[in-house]
Design a protein around this ligand. Structure first.
Ligand SMILES: Cc1cc2nc3c(=O)[nH]c(=O)nc-3n(C[C@H](O)[C@H](O)[C@H](O)COP(=O)(O)OP(=O)(O)OC[C@H]3O[C@@H](n4cnc5c(N)ncnc54)[C@H](O)[C@@H]3O)c2cc1C
Length: 410
């Protein structure tokens, strides 16, 4: 027998749950809402954790999704610093750390993602950091102030963003990555090279095509060694080796799981009335015609909002084209819609040298993704073409012409 019952239970204290709570109240839901999160903080936005917060230019509270008073004013019960230990889909209840058992009417799982830990020789040395939460960012900032050389493992967003942030604060940074070119996994070699030239011009060293073999140290890391034999001395490491969906609770509860918590096109899990959103959610995308899981700030927000609507009976497919952004200090900002799984044509539009361009990734004559540096207006059109599956096979010249009217392509 549960200790109490709530109408809406939001599991996980991140973006997805916070936006779900806000949307429930915005839509006038009157039932009780309980949000349970493992971290000591109220739900916050993670992008600043590798950017302005890491550089010491913003406070924690600046990143809170809703102010602390918002929860009280809106009758949303916030249980921070508490784990949801188990979920019983049949009884429709959870056990919360501390022993309380709470039954629910509808639930959202927004348990996010966990960083991939590199289990190589020497991994136990001090000075090897991972980055997901405020506390990680505090530790990196504090150590970087005294570090002579920081090595970043991974050539994707975390590696490049942290390298940019720490370089901007005066640290010497090197990136070691399996990719030959930074950011090339998402944007291809050509666009990746643009970002690589930029960060190298700012002083970041890049070692591509290198696989990590071991960390060396005598209690504290002092070198990174790769399989090719490269050895780079350092006094600190930050690893950005990707994340994986946190499905532990869902899996133990017997929900369908496969590279994330499996959801239908309405973000409902394999159990009716239990939804998932954000980094942990692997949903049937009607836009892409395939199952999709992405780890984007905007997606966690939009899916949290969407799930709230469906909890209230909207019964709508989630059809938003995923959007991502990244900032490399104040050197460059990029935005991206997609994600393109692969592509057979790449079209550049705008001024590559001047740093105002978009890159269009086409597959079978349709837009599969688009990247923008300083041309946000192009992305709105790319997003429309992607969602509507517009045939752009005859529109290559128009896309490449920076002065053409993209809205005419339909
Ligand atoms: C450093 C960093 C920088 C980023 N920068 C960008 C960016 O520039 N642009 C962009 O688009 N995206 C960025 N992202 C990605 C973006 O922040 C995530 O996609 C987003 O935070 C996902 O939100 P979420 O609510 O799904 O999960 P999370 O934010 O991970 O929140 C999930 C929460 O649930 C908690 N939890 C898990 N299991 C339980 C349980 N059983 N009980 C209670 N609580 C639980 C977790 O501890 C966590 O606090 C960045 C991510 C990081 C880490």
């Amino acid at each position: 027998m549960a200790d109490r019952t709530v109408d809406f239970l939001l599991i996980g204290g991140g973006m997805a749950s916070a936006h779900c709570a806000a949307e429930l109240r915005k839509r006038g839901a009157e039932g009780s809402v309980l949000l349970v999160g493992r971290e000591p903080e109220p739900p916050y936005e993670r992008p600043p954790v590798s950017k302005e917060y890491l550089r010491g230019e913003a406070e924690r509270a600046d990143a809170y999704v809703n102010s602390l008073s918002w929860y009280e004013e809106n009758g949303v019960e916030l249980l921070s610093g508490r784990n949801v230990m188990s979920l019983d889909p049949k009884a429709r209840s959870v056990k919360i750390q501390g022993g309380e058992e709470v039954a629910f009417g509808k639930a959202l799982i927004g348990t996010g993602a966990m960083v991939n830990i590199l289990r190589v020789e020497g991994a136990e040395n001090e000075g090897i950091h991972y980055l997901r939460a405020f506390g990680n960012s505090d530790a990196i900032r504090a150590e970087a102030e005294a570090a002579e050389h920081v090595v970043l493992i991974g050539g994707s967003y975390i590696g490049t963003e942290v390298a940019a942030s720490l370089t901007a604060k005066g640290a010497r940074c090197s990136i070691v990555a399996m990719e030959d070119v930074v950011l090339s996994r998402t944007f291809g070699d050509d666009a990746g090279r643009w970002f690589q030239e930029l960060i190298e011009a700012k002083g970041v060293e890049f070692h591509g095509g290198e696989e990590l073999e071991a960390f060396e140290g005598d209690g504290r890391v002092n070198a990174v060694v790769t399989k090719s034999g490269l050895s780079i001395e350092c006094d600190m490491v930050v690893v950005g080796a990707g994340v994986r969906a946190d499905v532990m609770l869902a899996e133990r509860a017997g929900l369908e799981v496969e590279n994330g918590i499996v959801c239908d096109s309405k973000l409902q899990t394999s159990v009716a009335g239990i939804y998932a959103a954000g980094d942990c959610c692997s949903y049937d995308s009607v836009v892409h015609g395939r199952r999709l899981r992405v780890e984007h700030w905007d997606v966690a927000m939009q899916q949290g909002v969407h799930a709230a609507g469906n909890m209230l009976g909207d019964d709508r497919d989630y059809e938003v084209v995923p959007y991502f952004f990244s900032d490399l200090a104040d050197w460059a900002s990029l935005e991206y819609v997609g994600p393109a799984q692969d592509w057979d044509e790449e079209i550049w539009r705008g001024d590559r040298e001047g740093g105002e361009f978009s890159v269009w990734y086409l597959k079978d004559g349709r837009v599969a993704g688009a990247l923008s540096v300083g041309r946000s207006e192009d992305l709105a059109e790319a997003r429309r073409m992607l969602a509507d599956r517009v045939d752009v096979s005859g529109a290559g010249e128009a896309i490449a012409d920076a002065d053409s009217d993209l809205s005419a392509i339909s």
